[in-house]
Design a protein around this ligand. Structure first.
Ligand SMILES: [Zn+2]
Length: 371
């Protein structure tokens, strides 16, 4: 039962949502060209009239020009043409039905991953089923079952179930299996929580009108955004936090993230779709996720957020969790105010909090007057 006694610390990639229910999650999957998303939806680009698989190498459309459909048939009905590059329409009927049936079987029981049994029930060979499923979904039936289990475990943990209970309810026979599978799928407890051991983080410091901005990202997403006057002090704090990580210079992806974050700081242009790689306790993660639902231009009190999380009276705990937020702006803890409407605190300085709120309010009133 190694690992179960540990406090729950999870690496969460909010954008790796195996159900892709929100447009934000879908767009983020398209941006990452995530082959795992191919099983879930196709996207159409209104400016070109073409629809694609999420993994297509085609140029990334702007979010406002993107529409999502459950499958190729729905996109065709809406008048879009299949892309000639990724062939999203290519899943012949029998095969598509077989794949869908496999999906349904696995969804009903994620422990039923014996390919023999599945192929017998569907009247095909093991080999064909494996290949067709993989072609259609980007995952083998086994990987798909693992993704399902992981999604259930993550949900259970975020809802506050005890670790053992969440893992078993999700279909893990052992915790070891959870740790083995979750690592491969972008969610881990353990080493990353411990000071970033084995992690490679890319970092970049830029200057803004609110001082220096330090951004650090793992291969899975942004894990650190800090604001401050002293660049060396910002770097030192990052290295203290991720003691055992390896640090590397920025790549193109990180530079892109930083541009979006600077646009947010200077002009209130919210970039809520950037991928995050957050580590925290169960409670912190709930606070951070809830904060991410709060729209720009709005604020909320610590107490109201505690009520929303159904832990009334936990205003102070909410404040503490917000104060541990590792990613300024991206988890918008600057939108949290004291119950009496006063500013409260801010990890990166009250003046910056005030400025961010003003800029977001101005940007959202500009957006309203354009409508
Ligand atoms: Zn395409």
């Amino acid at each position: 039962m190694r690992g179960l006694a540990r406090p729950v610390r999870l690496l969460v990639v909010p954008t790796t949502n195996s159900s892709y229910q929100r447009d934000l999650d879908r767009y983020s999957a398209v941006r990452r060209r995530d082959p795992n998303a191919d099983a879930w939806f196709v996207y159409a680009v209104t400016t070109t009239g073409v629809y694609c698989r999420p993994s297509c190498g085609a140029r990334l459309p702007r979010p406002e020009n993107t529409r999502y459909f459950a499958d190729a048939a729905a996109a065709t009905r809406a008048g879009f043409r299949a892309c000639k590059r990724c062939h999203p329409e290519r899943a012949t009927t029998i095969r598509a039905e077989r794949v869908a049936a496999t999906r349904r079987l696995l969804e009903a029981d994620a422990t039923a991953i014996k390919l023999d049994e599945l192929s017998n029930r569907l009247g095909t060979s093991k080999y064909h089923l494996h290949r067709q499923f993989k072609q259609a979904t980007g995952m083998t039936p086994r990987q798909y079952a693992a993704a399902l289990r992981l999604g259930r475990a993550r949900q259970g943990l975020l809802e506050g179930a005890p670790v053992t209970e969440a893992l078993y309810a999700a279909g893990y026979g052992s915790s070891g299996r959870f740790y083995a599978e979750s690592g491969a799928l972008g969610m881990r407890a353990g080493s990353i929580a411990r000071a970033g051991r084995g992690e490679t983080l890319r970092t970049l410091v830029q200057t803004s009108s609110l001082g220096h901005v330090l951004v650090a990202a793992s291969p899975r997403g942004i894990c650190w955004v800090a604001l401050g006057e002293d660049a060396a002090e910002l770097e030192a704090e990052l290295r203290r936090h991720f003691k055992e990580a390896r640090f590397e210079p920025p790549n193109r992806e990180l530079r892109g993230y930083c541009r979006r974050i600077l646009g947010w700081i200077e002009r209130g242009e919210v970039a809520a779709d950037l991928p995050l790689d957050l580590v925290g306790t169960r409670f912190q993660l709930r606070v951070w996720e809830e904060l991410r639902r709060l729209p720009a231009g709005e604020t909320m009190s610590y107490g109201a957020l505690a009520d929303q999380l159904e832990v009334p009276g936990a205003a102070r705990a909410v404040g503490t969790a917000a104060g541990k937020n590792p990613v300024a702006l991206l988890v918008p803890c600057h939108r949290l105010l004291r119950n009496d409407g006063a500013m409260g605190g801010y990890r990166w300085g009250l003046e910056r909090k005030r400025a961010l709120l003003e800029r977001e309010a101005a940007a959202s009133s500009r957006a309203r007057s354009r409508r």
